[in-house]
Each structure stands twice: as structure tokens, then as C-alpha cells.
Design a protein around this ligand. Structure first.
Ligand SMILES: NC(=O)c1ccc[n+]([C@@H]2O[C@H](COP(=O)([O-])OP(=O)(O)OC[C@H]3O[C@@H](n4cnc5c(N)ncnc54)[C@H](OP(=O)(O)O)[C@@H]3O)[C@@H](O)[C@H]2O)c1
Length: 410
């Protein structure tokens, strides 16, 4: 891949998140990095380039034009895409990246679509050592990397496996029109039974069949407020939990397949943490509100009533909201001999934009700049996760940006 024209191409660069990836690269990419921006509309791309004030190349391809997408994939070592819904606009990109041996990252949270990628491309990408890594945004880097760091710290410092991890989120930020469009497309185009499978993304030999099995029961998505004894407060189901948990379980299953397991019968779950006072009342309110919102989103008639009130594709929160946003992810691990570890991932900035842009751009830079240090070495490939495809390299790059990623053993 050394003879490629570019190290990284930012596809979807004219979208709401895409524009922020261009700004991020303009500010943070090393001066000698060869990068370009890409998308379907040359005028919009030129305008982004002029606004940011970077004179990188502009490459044009509608995602429906496989030949044009191929021409871009063949010229770069790494493809970063933010053009979503990904089930609509990223199939040709992944297909081209797998055939041209181009590493790939995105910010999807569309788990049923990730399942189709695994079925179609995992074996081929593994055979050609191509790293295809979806879910490198706020979904699911804090969950997946946080769990990986807690488990590996326990194993290294205590010599014990991990039995269980629970992640508790708190966050403040805004909502993007593109995120809503992706959620709507998901509900309209997918067999919703898939959402209930906690092991949807696991390799076949690690998929637990049967909803009454103890493994399924232990990993079922929470539906009601839960008391969190580790934090001495109440928590609600986290709305991104059904996405993030599937990614963490895939990481655990892949590492087990590679003889580096997290621990026997490892379980993972996540929640939205509420602070005292009245944390139970708040958790009940969040649970009820989430149920109503998700219910309305899934019903086309009800959805059409609320859609005009919500942000449209191409739009998102104000600069002020994005700058004032923040998130904290507390990752509580229990070792197989009952000891406790606590991981923290925390940063200033709106999770869906500032944090997501940092996560996905640093993921692409990890692939472009640290190819010899990545987990699994040069022979690893497939439809991977942030923890299996980027691991400690991404964690260290994120720390260098000022983000907190730490683990304390009790
Ligand atoms: N993981 C996370 O935490 C996270 C956070 C935020 C967003 N997201 C996801 O990221 C995606 C983008 O969000 P956003 O707010 O940036 O949405 P957006 O502003 O609506 O951007 C969508 C992008 O897709 C492009 N596009 C549409 N049709 C295309 C086609 N046929 N060929 C090529 N490109 C096409 C658009 O191009 P034009 O500019 O030419 O219209 C635009 O660049 C969504 O799927 C959202 O769910 C994930």
C-alpha cells in the first residue's frame, strides 16, 4: 500500500459530521500526512475546503457509482466515511475497500447493517489482512475500548480474568438530523427481531441460541431502572446500549477465538447513570421517556407528527451546544476472584459530534501512522471492532489529545 497517492480519504466530507472531520484533520493531522476529501457533490466539497482553508484534493463519487468509489479506494491506504445512513451509502465503500485492501473506519451505529458486513466480508477481509472497523464514533469506542482497557489491566496487574463489566454513561449534547435519518432507515428496513439478539455480531460458534439460555438471560438488554451497587445510585437503560453491547461482545468473542479471552462466560452490560437526589425517580423518568421516544420512532404515523420538530439531515446542534457538551463513561469491572476495577473515559465536547469526530479521526490516524503497532500485527484483518482493530494504539492517541482514559484497580 506504500505506493498509494493518499494516506487517508475523508468521505462524506460535506455532511454535518464530515465537515468537522475536515476541520479536525486540518488542525491535528501531521504536516506530512497525505489526505484528501471526498463525497458526491463537488460544489459542496469545494465550499468545505475553502471554509476550512485547506488545499487538499477533492475526489468525487456518488456512493451508488461503484466504479467511481473503486477509483477512490484504490488511491488511499485508509478510508474514513461519515456518509450515513450507512446501510444506504456505505456498501459500495466497504466492497471497494475489501477488494483493494484499503483499511476502513466509520461512525455507524446500524448494528443489523454491521451484521450484513460480517456475513459478506469478514472472511475475505481476514484473508487479505484488511481492517474494516465500523462503529468508531461515540458508538462504540468508549464502551469497547473502556472494557478492553479494564480487562487487560486486570489480567496484567492481577493475573486474573474478568468476569463481568458494567458501563455507566452520563452525557450532554445535541442531536444530528443524520442520526435520526439513520434510526428511521433502520426501523423501516430491518427485521426488528434482530435487535433482540445480544450476540448478533458474534462469530457463529460464539452465538448463543435460545432466548431461555442462562447466557442470553445474563446479556439481555435492561428494560427498567436498575440499582448500581458499585456506584450507590440508580441507572436507566442507555439508549445506545443495544448497539454498544453487541460490539463489546464481538470484541470478547474475537479475542476468545484468537486465544486471548477476556474471561470465561464474560458478560457486559451498560446503563445511563443518574445522580442523587431522587436518582430512582430520575431513572424511572428516563426509562419511560426513552420508551415513548423509541416507540414513536418505530411507528411511521406517530413519527411523521414529531419529525418536522426534529433536526433534518445536514443539520445538527449549535457550535455552543457542541462545545459545552461532555460525556463520562464509568467502566466497572469484576475479576473472576471478585476484585473490582474502575475505568474512566471522559472528555469535554458533545458526544455525537466533538467526541465522535475525535474518535473516528484518531482511529483513521491510528491505521495510517501506526500500522506496525496495531493489535494482532500485520496479519490481522476482518470486520473488526475498535478494541480488536485499534486497541492500545487508539487509547494512547486519544490520551495525547487530552481525553481521560484511565483504569484504577481497587
Ligand atoms: N457514532 C456516532 O456517535 C454518530 C454521531 C453522529 C452521527 N453519526 C452517524 O453519522 C452519519 C452522518 O451524520 P451527519 O449528521 O453528518 O448526517 P448528514 O449531515 O445528513 O450527512 C450525510 C452525508 O451523506 C452524504 N450522502 C448522502 N447521499 C449520498 C450518496 N448517494 N453518495 C454519497 N454521499 C451521500 C451527504 O452528502 P451531501 O453533503 O452531498 O448531501 C452527507 O455528506 C449518520 O448515519 C449518523 O447516524 C454517528
Amino acid at each position: 500500500m506504500v505506493d498509494r497517492t493518499y494516506d487517508v480519504v475523508l468521505y462524506g466530507a460535506s455532511g454535518f459530521v464530515g465537515r468537522q472531520t475536515v476541520q479536525y484533520f486540518a488542525t491535528h493531522a501531521p504536516a506530512n500526512l497525505r489526505w484528501a476529501i471526498a463525497g458526491r457533490n463537488p460544489q459542496k466539497l469545494e465550499a468545505v475546503r475553502a471554509k476550512v482553508g485547506v488545499w487538499v484534493d477533492v475526489l468525487v463519487a456518488d456512493s451508488a457509482d461503484q466504479a467511481a468509489v473503486d477509483a477512490i479506494a484504490a488511491q488511499t491506504r485508509v478510508m474514513l466515511t461519515t456518509a450515513g445512513p450507512f446501510a444506504l451509502y456505505a456498501n459500495t465503500l466497504v466492497d471497494a475497500c475489501v477488494r483493494h485492501n484499503t483499511h476502513y473506519v466509520d461512525i455507524t451505529g446500524e448494528i443489523p447493517w454491521v451484521k450484513t458486513l460480517i456475513d459478506r466480508y469478514h472472511a475475505q477481509a481476514a484473508a487479505t489482512c484488511t481492517r474494516i472497523i465500523p462503529c468508531c464514533g461515540f458508538d462504540s469506542v468508549p464502551s469497547d475500548l473502556g472494557t478492553y482497557l479494564v480487562v487487560r489491566t486486570m489480567q496484567r496487574d492481577w493475573g486474573t480474568d474478568c468476569q463481568d463489566v458494567k458501563a455507566y454513561f452520563q452525557a450532554y449534547g445535541g442531536l444530528n438530523g443524520g442520526t435520526l435519518a439513520s434510526a428511521v432507515n433502520l426501523y423501516d428496513s430491518t427485521d426488528t427481531d434482530q435487535f433482540n439478539d445480544p450476540f448478533l455480531l458474534n462469530p457463529p460458534e460464539f452465538r448463543t441460541q435460545g432466548q431461555s439460555s442462562p447466557q442470553w438471560e445474563a446479556n439481555r438488554d435492561p428494560q427498567s431502572p436498575t440499582f448500581a451497587p458499585d456506584l450507590n445510585t440508580w441507572a436507566a437503560p442507555f439508549f445506545m446500549g443495544p448497539v454498544n453491547t453487541r460490539i463489546v461482545r464481538r470484541s470478547s468473542a474475537l479475542y476468545e477465538q484468537w486465544q486471548e479471552p477476556y474471561g470465561p462466560n464474560f458478560t457486559y452490560q451498560e446503563y445511563f447513570k443518574l445522580d442523587e437526589p431522587f436518582s430512582w425517580v430520575k431513572a424511572a423518568g428516563v426509562t419511560a421517556g426513552l420508551g415513548v421516544f423509541m416507540g414513536m420512532l418505530q411507528q411511521p404515523a406517530l413519527r411523521s407528527l414529531m419529525q418536522p420538530l426534529l433536526p433534518q439531515p445536514g443539520s445538527g446542534p449549535s457550535e455552543q451546544t457542541m462545545n459545552e457538551g461532555w460525556f463520562i463513561c464509568e467502566v466497572m469491572g469484576t475479576s473472576s476472584d471478585g476484585r473490582k476495577a474502575r475505568g474512566i473515559i471522559r472528555d469535554q465536547g458533545d458526544p455525537g459530534n466533538r467526541a465522535t469526530v475525535k474518535f473516528v479521526c484518531e482511529s483513521a490516524l491510528s491505521l495510517a501512522l501506526h500500522s506496525h503497532e496495531l493489535p494482532g500485527g500485520p496479519t490481522r484483518g476482518g470486520i473488526l471492532t475498535p478494541a480488536t482493530g485499534l486497541g492500545d494504539v487508539l487509547a494512547e492517541r486519544l490520551r495525547q489529545t487530552g481525553m481521560t482514559l484511565s483504569v484504577t484497580l481497587n
